[in-house]
Design a protein around this ligand. Structure first.
Ligand SMILES: [Zn+2]
Length: 276
């Protein structure tokens, strides 16, 4: 297995100091949409989260005015998962599986670019994205991202725990090197995704937290604290998830690399570790 760490849409909200905890009050911050592209031995390519899609870049109104204004996504066609898959020398059809931590627009926007892929998602998340029951869910889940009727393979039943966390194993069609860890809170069916890379696991925590200080200690940037509260479906569970992920990162430092979808420092560390 070979794992590529991609940024499939850099968000540039302002100001930098509120996003990174230091820097300018004038400049914008930088938050990647950290996705994994995994070359498996037996199941083709698997993508973990998708960023925003080619059609979103061409017509950003698909993402909703509030998101575009607040999150300020860089609308660069070269950043889409589709373009990056091609640049790495693969055909888009080689992507046979997509695992999504949740179906928020900045994680599911690339789904229409891989309509043939099996899409693994928590059953509660799929139900929430289809129901769009609250104003918050109507803005975060975009109809356009599901209009092509993706080949969803919903999961829910947990098996053997993963270092004390609930784990969904045996995802259909994928090797045992992939598992999902349901941690609802940010959304109703949010689930982290762990991928084995030799002796260690990459643990994609999705939006279970936003800044590395949340699991490493230190001051969390104000803008992210406020944003996290604003978008959480269940703030108490979000706080409990922070504690569990901090414990996982601390106790399994050698063999589990935990990262958020949107932390630039963690993306850079992951790329350095891959190259080193
Ligand atoms: Zn996100």
């Amino acid at each position: 297995m070979r794992i590529h760490h991609l940024d499939c849409c850099t968000l540039c909200p302002r100001p930098e100091r509120w996003i990174h905890g230091r820097g300018s009050l004038l400049r914008a911050g930088r938050m990647p949409a950290h996705c994994l592209l995994v070359e498996t031995d037996t199941a083709g390519l698997a993508l973990v989260d998708t960023g925003i899609g080619a059609e979103d870049v061409a017509r950003p109104e698909r993402l909703g005015r509030a998101f575009v204004r607040l999150a300020a996504p860089r609308l660069d066609p070269a950043q889409t998962a589709l373009a990056q898959v091609r640049r790495l020398g693969f055909a888009p059809e080689d992507v046979r599986h997509v695992l999504v931590t949740h179906l928020d627009l900045d994680h599911a926007g690339g789904l229409p670019d891989f309509p043939w892929a099996a899409v693994h998602v928590h059953a509660d998340e799929l139900a929430a994205a289809r129901a769009r029951a609250t104003p918050r869910e109507r803005s975060r889940y975009r109809r356009e991202h599901l209009a092509h009727a993706p080949r969803f393979v919903p999961f829910s039943s947990v098996g053997e725990p993963f270092f004390g966390l609930p784990a969904v194993r045996a995802l259909p069609g994928l090797p045992a090197d992939f598992l999902a860890v349901p941690l609802p809170g940010h959304t109703r069916g949010h689930a982290c995704v762990a991928v084995r890379d030799g002796e260690r696991w990459w643990f994609h925590a999705g939006d279970a937290y936003f800044h590395h200080s949340t699991i490493e200690g230190g001051d969390r940037p104000l803008g992210l604290v406020l944003f996290e509260r604003l978008v959480a479906m269940d703030a108490a569970r979000v706080a409990a998830n922070h504690a569990r992920l901090a414990e996982l990162a601390r106790s399994r430092r050698e063999d589990v690399r935990v990262f958020s979808a949107h932390d630039l420092v963690e993306l850079e560390r992951a790329r350095a570790a891959r190259e080193g």
